[in-house]
Structures are given as structure tokens and as C-alpha cells.
Design a protein. Sequence first.
Length: 646
Amino acid sequence: MLLQVSNADISYGDRTLIKDISFRVKNTEKIAIVGRNGCGKTTFLKFLSGEISADKRDGNIQPAYVKAPGLTIGWLSQMTFTDDSAVLGDEIRKVFLPVLEMKKKLDDMLQRLDAAPDEKLAGEYAILEERFNYMGGYRYEKDYETVFERFGFTKDDEGRPLSEFSGGQRTKIAFIKLLLSRPDILILDEPTNHLDISTISWLEGYIKEYPRAVIVVSHDRLFMDRVADEIYEIEHARMTRYVGNYSDFVRVKKERYEQQKKAYEAQQKEIERLQAVADRFIHKATKASMAKNKLKQIEHMEKIEAPEEYELKAFHTLTKPARESGNDVLSVDNLGIGYDDILARVSFSVKKGQKLGVIGGNGLGKSTLLKTLTGKLAKKSGKFSYGHGVEPGYFDQQMAQYVSDKSVLDDFWDMYPTLTETEVRNILGGFLFTGDDVFKEVSLLSGGEKVRLALAKIFETRPNLLMLDEPTNHMDIVGKEALEDMLKAYEGTLIFVTHDRYLVREVADSLIIFEGNGAEYFPFDYEEYERERGREKTEKAENVWNIGHAEKTEPGADAQPAEPKKKSANPGKERSRMERRVARLEVLLEENDAKKAALEEELNDPANASDYKKLEELQSQIDALTAQDDEYMAEWEQLNEKLGEM
């Protein structure tokens, strides 16, 4: 156990953010913490890192915070720069000082051992070398080069003073220092912010392979899907642990909610029945004993709590455009985009109903493309044209910075003065502005609230071509999921720029990918794009292997790649093996059916109706068997298909 917290409450001012925390970190666990904006995620990270303390409690039970001796915890806020005149390379290499000091110590010990062998010294050397290896002593230079390059810095940048770098670049430098310092527990707060997709993909691999524990707070659901093996959710001031990645968390949370709701409703129904019997017969002498017995049954029941409602909301708006466009929505032919110079040339066409995601690195032209298509920037070359009846609606990040001293209600109403107050409040309610929210001053809204207000204005125009530039910035997970549902339901044509890969995966049916050498149209969805990129990497790796392993030839002869040896195959033996496996799978499926039937009978047994924990356990076992059945059936179908081909 690296770290354990129990019986802890954490407050911000007079408000208790999280009550009765139970949290622990073991070995190389990868933990994600999720929750609505303002629920206390970052405050909890400050508590873990020692910046703040838990609340004092009345009574004997006090909060406990226990960590392993010598444990190191690192997170971005602790990575500071003491000297702005220091050059970048030297600043980053400061994290290697403990490793370099240890290397010097090892070298000294080795010299002494060479001069005079000593068993005790040799033992000390072995222990120190193991620690040196744990700290990355044999690969720190390689790690430095890899991380340095991945975050977009060049060899020329190594000699530049820190004062010459922008705020965003300095954050990346601090991030590099944090990763290379290799703490026992690495804490990351929104690590994918401001990183392009290729860097995020690399970071996922780095964290998965990181040989120590990681705690991450993120709104990037795909990142958590690929990195986390545990999720802690903060909701209703409580912290709940779920095993698995983000998708597992969503599924299990929904299952738990439905099971508890079902068990609660069944118990309430039973209580009502018993109470009705008691009320009917309590005053009849011959039945009074029975009535009292029913009341005792109610009294002795272990009451099931009503499940707390999900903190889930959704946008509600008209997703059908006011007028349909023609089938050909947009044609772009060798369009040169940029400010002073051409950043990229783009060619593509968009049909009615298409949902086109625009992805790629920072500064390569994604937002510039939308600004050019909406006339906010002049084109550099080429041409583009809209089809018949196209009515665009456009959102960019400037709208999230909108400032006004008007209320939300008046600000929206001034744009649509013909609407009644009821109509305006209904529209704003569809974008989560309910009750007194509509009287908030626009300038005091959060970034996410301003985005919602801007989207409400755009959707009320009922455009048939919607162009969005980073619409999920400033949104928490619930807001992102609500927007996804709305965009999937939108019946018009959509072009959207985003770094949110989950949004792209859920919504886009085609892509434009901006990379260092320009922009490319890809006519399939994001999952197919990732598969294609994976195939390209594999082919590239195979080509490198073939070049590196080419047979040596005489001077002047053409070197040919060595052909891999082919394994001999016995078709009869392979067919027999497959047939045995098919037969075995059929037996396993029958066994699972019998197990599920027994569990379902127990699940429906009235004697278990009020035992919520048992119902949850039974349902969990049924779900596990069902998932196993799916795997068995997929394998069974695949094997039968191969047998048919043979």
C-alpha cells in the first residue's frame, strides 16, 4: 500500500466538498477521479499532495492519512521555475540531479571494489544499483530526448532562456519536468488540455507503461478509457470507487442505480401492502394480532435507501433545421488557408447530413479553415462554394469570452425580440438555464455556461449547416455528453473542430486530418482512422526491421531483405483442433445457461426482494455470465466460419 485515506472530510470555506473519504493507492494502479465542475476534484488533489489538510472532527474518530516511508508525490503545480534566465535544457535536466549524484556514488564504489574486493561493499553496491535502475538511471537520457521531442520542442530550443517561452510552452516544460522526475505517485490534473491528438496518444502509452502509480483528473473520456483501471467518482459530496475504466464506470453506475431503484420500489410497494393490511384490520379484535404483526414486519425491515438521482442533465432543443439544404452542401477545391503565409491547402466536399470532424495538431490550420469558410478570413488561393439553400451557423471560442452586463434572459431575448418570455425561458431551459439561472449576469457566467448560451442562440436560428470550433472546451463530462447527444440528433450538416477524441468517435462520420505536411480528407469515422494509422505504424516498423536485418552481401551486390521462415502447417490437425474447441464452446454455453437460470430463479425469489446487496450480487453474476456468453459465441462463430472455408 502506497497511500491510504480514511474518515476524512474536505471543505472549501464553509462548504464541505467531500465527506467520509475512503481512498487508497497500491503499487502501479492507474486511478482516474471524475465529477462535475466544482465538486472538489482539484481540492482533493491538493489534499493528497499535502497542500491542505482534512477537516478536524468531533469525537474520537479522526481522519487518517497514511503513506509509505520515503514516498514521493509529484504534480504539476509543484513544478516551479526559480530562474527565468536558465536555459531550457539545463532547467529540465535539474530533475536528473538525484540520478547523477547516485551515478557518481556508484562509480566511486566500483573503483573501490576494483582496487580491493569487499563483500559488504559489493552488497551495498547491488542495493544502490537497484535503486539507480528504479529511478531510470540507465535510460534517463533517452527518456529526456523522447519526452522533449513529443512535447514539440527542438534541439535549438535547448539553449533558449525560459523567459522567451509563452505561458502555454512553460506549462509544457513543467509537465516534462514532472514526467521525468518519476515520482512514486504521479498526479495529473487535466493532462490532455492543450495537447494535440498525437501527443495525447503518446501520453496514453507512457502512462500505461509508467512503472508506478498515477492519479489523474480529466474530462477526456477516451483518455480515461485507455489509461485508468480504477475510477473514483465524487457526487453528492461522496466518493465512490469503481473497478475498471471510464466505460466500465458508466455501465456499472447505471446498473447499480437501476438495481437500487428496483429494490427500493419493490420494498416500498411491500411496505404499502403491509401498511394497508394493518390499517384495515388494526381495530378488529379478531384481526388485531395479525395487523400488529404486519407493522412489526415493517419496523424490522432493513430499509433500502432511495437512490440519489444522477447528476445528469441533457440539452433539449429543436435539432431539425428550419429549411433543408440541397444535397451538395459545400465544395472546397485546393483552398489555401492562413494569415500571412499559407498554412495548408484543403480539398473536400460535404453532402447533406454529413458530420465532418476536423482534427490535428495545434497551429496547423483547423480553426483557420472554419474562419475562412465563414468569411472571417480571406482565402489565400483556390476556391470554395456553398450549395443551394445552405444556411450556416457558426460558433468559436471568442463566443465563450463574451462579456455583457445583461442577464442571460435579456441577452437572449434582445436577439429574438418576437418571442414571448415563456418561449425564451423554455429555450434557455433546454440549455440548462433553469430557475434563477436566467437572471445571472452574462459576465459572471463560467466558460461552460457561456458556451451553452452561445449554442442556444445559434440553434434558435435553426441553421442547416452547423460549424463549431472546439465546442466542448470549458465543459465538464456531463455537458460534453449532453452536447454529443444533441449533435447526434441534429438533422442538418455538421463540421466541427475538436481535440476531444470521444466527441469525434461518437459523432463524426468523416474526418479532415491536419498534420505537419498539410491536410487530408478521410471518408470514414475515427475508429477506422485509428485502425488505419495502426496499420501504417505496423508496416513502417516491419520495413525498418527488414532494412535492419537485411542479409550481408558482397560489395556491389543488391541487398535483399531476409524472408521470414514459414511455419509448416498441418491442415488436418488444425481442423481437428478447431472442431474440438467448437464442441467445448457448446458445452460451456449450455453450462452458462443452466447457471443463469438458477441465478434468475434466485433473483426473482420473493424472499430476496428486500435484500438489495444480494440482488446486486446476483445481477452482477448474471451479467458476468452474459458477457462470457458473448465472448464464447463470437469465438464459436469465428471458428465455424473458418471450418466452412476449410
